[in-house]
Design a protein. Sequence first.
Length: 253
Amino acid sequence: MKRDNLSIEGLRVILFLCIFLFHAWGEMFPLGWAGINFFLVITAYFFTRKWLQKSQSEVHVRQVLWKRALRLYPSYLVVVLAMTAMYFAAKRQLPGDFFSYFLFAQNFQLEFVPDTIQVPGAGHFWYLTLDFYLVMIWLFVFKLVPRRFLKLSFIVLLIFSVVYRSVCAYYAQSITLSYIMPWGMMDAFAVGGLLAFINVEDKKVKTPWIALALGIIGFVFCVYTTAERFNVNVLDALVNYSSASGYADNPIT
């Protein structure tokens, strides 16, 4: 188990570098943004593997959320308060979304009050909103769903999330609504949960190879559906994934 954890910690380092390089040199590392999705898969994997060893009565929603908030809050709020202080010194007013950070609600304000002035430099904390609320959803799943239906519930959440994001991309044309809302990223958590089931139930199965296979299948499927949607060939469809600008400009990516 410790060796498994060490391997995943190494993977986290690689994912961090992918995300960093994407933001620093997006044109050279166009797929680095996908590290965010992998981080969510890893979080769900660890939580699911841990909670599978406990009964429903041992899953304490408030206790887990409180511990997670205490883990995230210190460094998170230091940055928010520091950037807010700098903004206030220059503008003599608080950013409009300042108070939303205390409830991990900045994503909701960004979507439903889009003209709000944001805390400078804190825009990327939208990931913490995903993390916090997805963990909350997972806690309630473990607390309320009988264990014999857990796998099925993961599959249902995976399908729901993909359908929801597809509808937002094609009809609502909203990147934020499809990507930074917790229910839009539940498929990443569902994949992590399913991989944990595989790891717990069959020690002979190599989880990384399964994750790799799922990733390749998912990527091929995305490219194929993009080609079908825009009636272009596969090489042209790959253009949607070959530029960092596609990450922000095209909900399909």
